[in-house]
Design a protein around this ligand. Structure first.
Ligand SMILES: NC(=O)c1ccc[n+]([C@@H]2O[C@H](COP(=O)([O-])OP(=O)(O)OC[C@H]3O[C@@H](n4cnc5c(N)ncnc54)[C@H](O)[C@@H]3O)[C@@H](O)[C@H]2O)c1
Length: 361
């Protein structure tokens, strides 16, 4: 494997997030390049490879792992596959960048962390909100003292539900809107509060509109108390009409800031006829819409890829690791248990013998 030059990356998955990885890596050619893509549906990896000029494609990711020059493999596959894929990648001696949520259970998280440690490879957790330029600006201002002591950070992500079937099947996703979207907010608040320990978690969840499609919750409100008198409020929904919403609010004794990732970066637009593309999960481009520009950059995806590639080269320390993904998972367990019992769940959480976090609801 190379020790300098752009890091050679293999991507597992060729659909929504696989495409995002390919596009994001294309944006940081000095740091990384996609050497190969693997996806099981015949034709799909090839299609992605043609679109992005990726030299090699595979239907079985294990064949991709046998390629000597690949240094880092990104996992953009359904949640229930993350743990086994991580083990396989680590055993092939390659670094891992795993999409959120880290996996399905805490036992899987331990296995992933332990295997990567044993094999001497990095296990990095792809939480792009730590790289989202607007949110990074809010954190920088907070660190500069703009708001005095920050006592509350709110992060919300809402839309009308995911694009692929497996998200709706809790056997394969592990849970609903909290599992899928809440993992972002939990990681974000933890980072914003400089990794303060979690004291307790309280959560309310319900299935308001998609009960016919899923056993998972389609709406969740989660309150996390961190050490030092600070609270994170995380709101998530698959029941919210009108496309994608992603926002933060930061409250301190000396000030406040708000950041709206989508409508706040967009061009308020009215079109009688509609047009090509507005933004992820927008239901229509007719009437009023909020088309974004530089969508991936506004999310921080190229920036995250540059960072993780630099970590492979030893030029930076991972800002988000397997251990962070595991902590997020602990908060998710606590949130489902809280919603199930109506109680606030204190940390450290006790061990649970469940197949997936939602079983605690
Ligand atoms: N960071 C983000 O904002 C973000 C956004 C979307 C999805 N994600 C995460 O990315 C992951 C993938 O989600 P998605 O939206 O791309 O799903 P998707 O259904 O659009 O794509 C999943 C891909 O995984 C592939 N796959 C399925 N089984 C496989 C196997 N056995 N071996 C190899 N590949 C396999 C599929 O063929 C497909 O290409 C999920 O964990 C999801 O939570 C993260």
């Amino acid at each position: 494997m190379a020790s300098k030059g752009p890091v050679k990356i293999g991507i597992i998955g060729s659909q929504f997030q696989g495409l995002c990885h390919a596009e994001a890596i294309k944006g940081v050619p000095d740091a990384a390049e996609v050497a190969a893509v693997a996806s099981p549906t015949p034709g799909n990896a090839e299609k992605l490879s043609k679109k992005y000029g990726i030299p090699r494609f595979f239907t079985d990711y294990k064949d991709m792992l046998a390629e000597d020059d690949i240094e880092l493999v990104t996992i953009a596959a359904p949640n229930y596959l993350h743990a086994q894929m991580t083990v396989d990648i680590a055993e092939a001696g390659k670094h891992v960048l795993c999409e959120k949520p880290l996996c399905m259970t805490l036992e899987e998280a331990d296995l992933m962390i332990e295997t990567c440690k044993q094999k001497g490879v990095l296990l990095m957790y792809a939480e792009e909100l730590l790289f989202t330029p607007k949110y990074v600006k809010a954190k920088q201002m907070a660190d500069d003292g703009a708001f005095g002591k920050v006592y509350m950070v709110k992060q919300l992500e809402k839309h009308f539900g995911p694009h692929a079937e497996w998200f709706w099947n809790v056997e394969r996703s592990g849970g609903g809107a909290l599992m899928d979207l809440g993992c972002h907010g939990i990681a974000f608040c933890y980072w914003f509060f400089d990794r303060a320990a979690i004291k307790n978690v309280y959560c309310h969840m319900a299935t308001y509109v998609h009960g016919d499609k899923t056993k998972g919750e389609d709406d969740a409100i989660c309150i996390i108390e961190f050490e030092g008198g600070r609270v994170g409020v995380i709101e998530n929904s698959w029941a919210r009409r009108g496309g994608m919403e992603d926002r933060i609010e930061v409250y301190g004794e000396g000030g406040v800031t708000y950041a709206d990732l989508h409508m706040g970066n967009a061009l308020p637009t009215y079109s009688e006829y509609g047009y090509g593309y507005a933004v992820e999960k927008a239901p229509s481009t007719k009437g009023w819409s909020w088309p974004v520009f530089e969508e991936l950059w506004n999310y921080g995806f190229p920036q995250e890829m540059r960072h993780f590639a630099r970590c492979v080269r030893g030029k930076e320390e991972p800002m988000c690791t397997g251990e962070d993904g595991k902590l997020v998972m602990e908060a998710i367990y606590a949130a489902y248990e809280s919603a199930g019992t109506g109680r606030k769940i204190e940390f450290p959480i006790k061990t649970h013998d469940v197949k997936r976090p939602i079983d605690l609801w």
